[in-house]
Design a protein around this ligand. Structure first.
Ligand SMILES: Nc1ncnc2c1ncn2[C@@H]1O[C@H](COP(=O)(O)OP(=O)(O)O)[C@@H](O)[C@H]1O
Ligand SMILES: O=C(O)C(=O)C[C@H](O)[C@H](O)COP(=O)(O)O
Length: 306
């Protein structure tokens, strides 16, 4: 039977993450756990796991890490035909440095090894050739984030091309994902760039700390005033979300679960919400699905269970 369900396309950089087996300075770390990372790729995997037909449009290097990432996508049922392989640039990486607090809690700092990566050479041309162009033309939803335009001038031009293309009923979803390390020395420009996408998207996700850091307010109602254009605006926090569908405002609570790893919860949350919208759930139903899928990321380790 032909698959006639709506197609979601996620655009952004896939990364390989390395997390040390034990907390401590990186110079002392001997063993690392390798897994797939990258906000939009996490969301793609969680969307596919939620039963949504999903593709990624991106670029990876012609190296073992790129092959690892594309194999992971395939294994989770994500269409990777829109990923270009760059013979000259490497796949991006990040390494987490873990430190343990006096109360035994573990905190992590991210170190990126992604400048000059294959994905940072994404440009409007990336969307012009088949199969990426066909996937985008067929998509009911395109999901991207504030990470993509931070990577390079050409990725920013690519993001502009995505947002400026005729929508023809397609929804554009944008997760703010403020990464100050990628905007170092040009933070104000970064804030303005991110605000410009939030103003043009149909669906906007923003965490409380990002709202504070980028827009100067963590108040969801103030955020709604700043971005009245988006049909859906979802302001998240660890404890829940305040969401708007037009003028309808809904508060929803996060589920109470034992957290193993919090990275990727927001990406999974976005996937759950988008899966709800794409399958015709109400705002409340989509939020319930979002919290449920975020929970799966929280209670699992970094090997994708979502
Ligand atoms: N400690 C937690 N307990 C339960 N759910 C959580 C927790 N942290 C995150 N979540 C879930 O993930 C969603 C997004 O969390 P948030 O902290 O805003 O995003 P991010 O993980 O991107 O920083 C929350 O609304 C909730 O559904
Ligand atoms: O920083 C980047 O460039 C990444 O994409 C790395 C991570 O995979 C996501 O950032 C996780 O994002 P959260 O779901 O918001 O915790």
């Amino acid at each position: 039977m032909p698959d006639t369900s709506a197609l979601a396309v996620c655009v952004g950089e896939g990364l390989v993450s390395f997390v040390p087996a034990t907390a401590g300075p990186l110079e002392e770390a001997r063993t690392f756990h390798r897994s797939l990372a990258g906000a939009e790729w996490n969301t793609a995997i969680a969307l596919a796991s939620a039963g949504i037909r999903t593709a990624v449009v991106s670029r990876v290097g012609d190296d073992g890490f790129g092959r690892f990432l594309t194999a992971e996508l395939r294994q989770h049922g994500v269409d990777g035909r829109g990923i270009e392989i760059d013979p000259d640039a490497p796949t991006g990486l990040y390494v987490k440095e873990l430190s343990s607090g006096p109360d035994g809690s573990i905190d992590g700092t991210m170190h990126y090894y992604r400048s000059g990566s294959a994905a940072s050479a994404m440009s409007p041309d990336t969307f012009e050739s088949s199969p990426a162009s066909d996937l985008l033309a067929e998509s009911a939803l395109v999901h991207t984030s504030g990470i993509t335009p931070a990577l390079s001038d050409s990725t920013r031009a690519a993001q502009d091309a995505l947002f400026d293309a005729p929508r023809e009923g397609r929804l554009i979803s944008f997760d703010v994902n403020w990464r100050p390390a990628l905007w170092r020395g040009r933070e104000d420009e970064g804030r303005a760039v991110i605000a410009s996408y939030a103003r043009r998207a149909d669906i906007v996700f923003c965490t409380q700390p990002d709202a504070e850091a980028v827009f100067g307010t963590a108040d969801p109602d103030r955020l709604r005033e700043l971005f009245p254009e988006a049909r859906y605006l979802i302001a998240t926090s660890r404890s829940g979300a305040v969401s708007f569908d037009g003028s309808e405002r809904t508060e929803s609570e996060a589920l109470d679960v034992p957290v193993v790893e919090s990275i990727g919860a927001g990406d999974a949350f976005a996937a759950g919400f988008l899966a709800g919208i794409l399958t015709g759930l109400s705002l409340t139903g989509s939020l319930a699905r979002a919290h449920r899928i975020a929970t799966r990321a929280l209670i699992s380790t970094r090997d994708h269970v979502v």
